[in-house]
Design a protein around this ligand. Structure first.
Ligand SMILES: Cc1ncc(C[n+]2csc(CCOP(=O)(O)OP(=O)(O)O)c2C)c(N)n1
Ligand code: SF4
Length: 294
């Protein structure tokens, strides 16, 4: 969706709400923004129906701000809590069947490459741990093995939040949930390890305690996916409802989990590292679009 598409048509100036004008005149559609500027410009997402305090919302909000080119980005999501935000954002969103996201994204990315040969189009799958590690697992793995050039973002709240608390492959062993009353019987799946095995070009594990780091990981993931191959960002986005985390304690929980078992990790293949080093050095020479690392 380009700025051209959302620009106000002559004659409609007096009828559109202020929020719309803000989006057209003072948002990421007009110039790149940094997460440190959040609150001072019109964001891609401002309203959503998620639970109060849900960390997934903060993560998605940060992800939007980090996009290298919002007007050339298409999100693929599916059933699950994340789509409640993603469907409200001013960026194109396609609702894949639960489990099919990475197959839909593979076809879309290839199709966009044929249709728009001169403009890079970024495709991002953003879905829950149930959607990606369980029901969509084979599609995720095959998109990685086939080296499809798009980004997969796992919103890892370690539970099926949207359907009331079933365990997922990403739930920790022993965890008792509303619909897993006997406690989970096997270990949390090592999706980072599986991504490495499949040859994913860039992998990051993040917690939304540090928005600048989240933004940096998203930018790397999107830009490396454009040129090199599949990328994967796994984000701890706690479900305060199913894990009974009091709303004011959501970020305390995130900090504790980060310290105990979800520390920041980043991995590049050699080819991705070489590419990113080149991008960084070019950025230093010619001051280009703002990134969180500047
Ligand atoms: C094929 C299919 N199976 C099951 C469902 C029901 N369903 C909807 S949301 C959901 C769980 C979502 O959990 P997760 O993907 O972890 O996302 P979260 O809601 O936790 O963010 C399920 C099983 C569905 N919509 N489609
Ligand atoms: S159920 Fe959990 S993951 Fe879903 S919106 Fe509520 S807090 Fe967030």
């Amino acid at each position: 969706m380009s700025l051209e598409t959302i620009r106000v048509s002559p004659g409609f100036e007096n009828y559109l709400p202020q929020e719309y004008y803000d989006l057209v005149r003072d948002s990421q559609f007009t110039k790149p923004r940094k997460v440190s500027e959040m609150g001072s410009f019109k964001e891609v997402i401002e309203e959503h129906p998620m639970c109060a305090g849900c960390a997934m919302t903060l993560f998605i909000r940060t992800m939007y701000v980090a996009l290298p080119s919002v007007e050339n980005t298409v999100f693929i999501g599916t059933a699950g809590c994340g789509r409640l935000v993603l469907t409200q954002g001013a960026a194109p969103f396609i609702y894949g069947n639960y489990g099919d996201t990475n197959a839909v994204a593979s076809g879309l990315k290839r199709g966009l490459g044929i249709r728009f040969q001169d403009t890079p189009k970024d495709v991002i799958v953003a879905a829950g741990d149930g959607g990606l590690a369980d029901i969509g697992f084979s599609m995720v793995m095959h998109s990685w093995f086939r080296k499809e050039k798009f980004t997969t973002v796992m919103l890892d709240n370690e539970v099926y939040g949207n359907t009331g608390g079933q365990e997922s492959g990403m739930t920790q062993k022993g965890m008792v949930l509303k619909m897993a009353p006997n406690g989970k019987k096997f270990e949390k799946m090592d999706m980072i390890g599986l991504a490495k095995t499949a040859g994913v070009a860039y992998i990051a594990r993040v917690v939304p305690t540090n928005p600048a780091r989240v933004a940096s990981a998203i930018q790397k993931a999107v830009l490396i996916a454009r040129e090199i191959g599949p990328t994967y960002v796994q984000a701890y986005t706690s479900c305060n409802i199913e894990y009974a985390i009091p709303t004011p304690k959501v970020m305390d929980d995130a900090r504790e989990v980060e310290k105990a078992r979800y520390g920041f990790q980043e991995y590049f293949t050699d080819e991705a590292k070489e590419y990113w080093t080149r991008i960084e050095s070019e950025k230093r020479q010619v001051k280009g679009p703002a990134t969180e690392e500047e």
